[in-house]
Design a protein around this ligand. Structure first.
Ligand code: 13P
Ligand code: SF4
Length: 306
């Protein structure tokens, strides 16, 4: 069998992408080889927004399942495919629609806010969706509401609660990757690089968040690094983001807070799998009409606020 070399693979992906009228979206944590062939890179919110605007018939979503589902909710007329549909988000899997229904039943007056890192079925039970970029703004917009449920990430909830001064009814979810960044990791890197700015994702432990100069989504980190006069940055999120940050800021240094902070699901997608996905137009990600309409309403209410 003829071996396909990487350059040849990239050429084949580009050719097939044109033929299929496809666009490749990649989350900021994807492998460099995936980012290399992507048409757009971004955080969860940016990728959803891009998905809803692109003209192409096919969206190849390189990320985790809930992100591709969100794209499908926003653009039901497009074919959304994932090169590896087994790439899930363990945090999103920590709450089911039945769990959320039970929580809402025990707090009947509460408004339900949920992180975009949730399944479509859970989104369909929400009043408002939010992302790491706008969670504070969404909760701030609910001033008239006495009780607020916030699921599934207890650490994002803790951050939002501190920033807004609102007591939230939370769920015991968390990101297994971000909790690997420990306060001692930040301290060690600060000792090595005393001039570096510390930026961390709000999914990190509260003790880590407390040590940060800035608490930001992945794309906000990119913007912060570009605009800051600082030359060095300690990066408290999934290590994949460092590749992007280095590429976009050639004169600056970026140090991962912890090399242990790897999201294995984000690394499942490869160039080979992208090529196969384009060849076979698989695996399709589609949400049933009823769930899609309800989930869409929660996403639209979020977009009205921000
Ligand atoms: P962003 O929206 O900041 O990209 O975060 C998504 C995510 O899954 C972080 O772990
Ligand atoms: Fe989910 Fe965490 Fe991976 Fe993000 S980094 S996709 S929250 S497991």
């Amino acid at each position: 069998m003829k071996r396909i070399f990487k350059d040849e693979l990239v050429i084949k992906i580009r050719e097939l992408k044109k033929k299929r009228d496809a666009v490749i979206l990649a989350h900021n944590y994807q492998l460099p080889e995936v980012q290399e062939v992507a048409d757009y890179r971004g955080d969860s919110l940016e990728l959803s927004r891009i998905a809803s605007k692109v003209e192409s018939k096919v969206i190849v979503f390189c990320g985790v399942y809930f992100m591709a589902e969100t794209a499908s909710i926003l653009c039901p007329d497009k074919l959304v495919i994932m090169p590896d549909a087994a790439a899930g988000c363990p945090m999103a899997n920590m709450i089911t629609a039945a769990d959320l229904r039970a929580l809402k039943k025990s707090h009947p007056k509460a408004v339900a806010v949920g992180y975009v890192n949730t399944s479509a079925e859970v989104k369909a039970e929400l009043d408002y969706c939010c992302t790491s970029t706008n969670a504070v703004a969404v909760v701030n917009a609910l001033k008239g509401r006495e009780e607020i449920i916030f699921v599934p990430d207890k650490y994002l909830a803790d951050y939002v609660s501190r920033k807004t001064g609102r007591k939230l009814i939370i769920w015991n979810g968390f990101c297994p990757t971000h909790i690997k960044v420990l306060p001692e990791d930040i301290q060690r890197e600060k000792n090595f690089h005393p001039k570096a700015k510390v930026m961390v994702h709000p999914e990190c432990l509260p003790q880590v968040v407390a040590m940060a100069d800035a608490v930001l989504s992945t794309s906000q980190m990119g913007k912060y690094a570009l605009e800051s006069s600082a030359k060095e940055f300690i990066v408290g999120t999934e290590v994949g983001l460092v590749y992007r940050l280095k590429l976009d800021n050639p004169g600056k240094e970026f140090y991962p807070a912890s090399e242990r902070a790897v999201c294995p699901n984000m690394k499942r997608t490869t160039q080979e799998k992208i090529l196969w996905a384009l060849e076979e137009l698989k695996e399709e990600v589609r949400v049933s009409d009823d769930i899609r309409r309800k989930a869409r309403a929660a996403l639209d209410r979020m977009l009205e606020i921000v």
